[in-house]
Each structure stands twice: as C-alpha cells, then as structure tokens.
Design a protein around this ligand. Structure first.
Ligand SMILES: O=C(O)c1ccccc1N[C@@H]1O[C@H](COP(=O)(O)O)[C@@H](O)[C@H]1O
Length: 219
C-alpha cells in the first residue's frame, strides 16, 4: 500500500493547487479559531469544491460541538473528520452516528503511557493520527512544528491504519516512517515559511521526500 501524504492547514487556492498538483493524497483544513491556519466557512466552501475528487478532504476540529461540525460538513463536504481535541470514545461514537463520516482521532504522544487510550479509540475511529503532545499552555494542541520520540511507536501492534505528524519536514520524514512504520504522514509547519503561510517549494519537497520512503512502509 502506498504511503498516504497529507498536507494540512491549507487556506488559499494557490497552495491548495500546489498540494493537489504535487500529488497529496489528503488535504487538511483547520477549523480552530486560535490557529493561524483557521479558515472560515466561505473559504471552506470554495476550497472544498476545488479539492473535490482530487484528494481526500480532511476537516480538522478541536472539541467542536454539533452545530460547528454541521456547518463544516455542509460547506467543506469533507471525506473524513480529524478530531484533534480531547474527544472521548463516547463523543466519537456520537459524531459518527450523527455525521456518518469516517473519523481520524489524533492522539497526543510524549511517552509510551500516552498510548493507553488506544484500544478505546481504535474501537470506533477509522484511523489514528499520532501527533506530538503540545506543551502545557500552548495555544493549540497541534501544528506547532515539534516532533515526538518516534521510538514510542516502534513496537506498536495496531490493526487500524495510522499516520504520524508533529515536526515533520522533507529531511526527517523518511526516518519517521522507518521507525514508526506508519501508513501515512501529515505535515503543516514543515511546509511553511511562517506560521500559517504555506511555501509551494516546501510542499513539493515534502511530497517528493515522502514518496521516496515508500519501500519502508508497512501499514
Ligand atoms: O495546524 C494547526 O494549527 C492545528 C491546530 C490545532 C490542532 C492541530 C493542528 N495541526 C495539526 O498538528 C499536526 C502537526 O503539525 P506540524 O506539522 O507539527 O505543524 C498535524 O496533524 C496538523 O494537522
């Protein structure tokens, strides 16, 4: 199975086109006002129709309520919801039942103890995203450009597909895949020139580097 490459935090037509033309499998849109990548619903509608059928559209939310999710689903028309907050297994079940969309649950990782909630999430999520745990007091739970210790996932035995994120860039993505055997990689800061401002060349370089890791991938 080919490695899935997700470019997250896209907020303009130009950079979305770069990601799509360079072959991104998944494109992520952030709906979290404190983030420099947050987009409003009208932009979501525009970018969503532009990406339709060209890549998997991912809506990233953080502990969003039903009304917020409803607006996002109605405008972006996502293919999958990325839940990047403290959503419980019960909340995942509820969201799945209400919206009928596949779910990718982000799990913050710093040490092996952070993997404890995995069995619960794996019983309802369709995919897991292992992301670096944000430091206390951070303004957002992800998208900070910091990696975690990938060796925490070294002996992971998970039936569900999983991706890794956190501080990835063109020069470290191969090692991240090699250590974690993840089936997908997700990047935001590593393809930006400043927070929220995507760089076309960095997007292309990341996708090229990720594609070159293909033979290391297991799941
Ligand atoms: O990108 C954001 O601003 C963001 C906000 C809130 C939750 C998650 C966010 N981004 C996700 O974080 C990881 C890692 O990003 P980075 O490459 O380290 O910047 C990735 O999954 C983003 O989708």
């Amino acid at each position: 199975m080919p490695l899935l490459v997700k470019i997250c935090g896209l907020s303009t037509r130009e950079t979305l086109d770069v990601a799509l033309d360079a072959g991104a499998d998944m494109v992520g849109f952030v709906f979290f006002p404190p983030s420099p990548r947050h987009i409003g619903l009208e932009v979501a509608r525009d970018l969503g129709s532009r990406a339709k059928g060209r890549a998997v559209k991912v809506a990233l939310t953080v502990d969003a309520d039903d009304a917020t999710l409803e607006n996002i689903v109605e405008t972006l028309r996502p293919d999958i919801l990325q839940l990047h907050g403290k959503e419980t297994t019960a909340r995942l079940r509820d969201i799945k039942q209400k919206f009928g969309l596949p779910l990718m649950k982000a799990l913050p990782v710093e040490t092996a103890a952070d993997l404890a909630p995995l069995p619960g999430y794996a019983s309802v999520a369709d995919r897991i995203l292992f992301d670096a745990r944000a430091p206390k007091g951070a303004t957002r739970p992800g998208g900070l450009g910091a990696p975690f210790d990938w060796h925490v996932l070294e002996n992971l035995d998970l039936a569900l597909p999983y991706m890794v994120s956190g501080g990835l860039h063109a020069d470290n993505v191969a090692e991240a895949v090699s250590v974690t055997r993840a089936g997908g990689v997700d990047v935001s800061s590593g393809v930006e020139r400043s927070p929220g401002v995507k760089d076309p060349e960095l997007i292309r370089a990341f996708i090229r580097a990720a594609r070159a890791t293909q033979e290391l991938m297991v799941r």
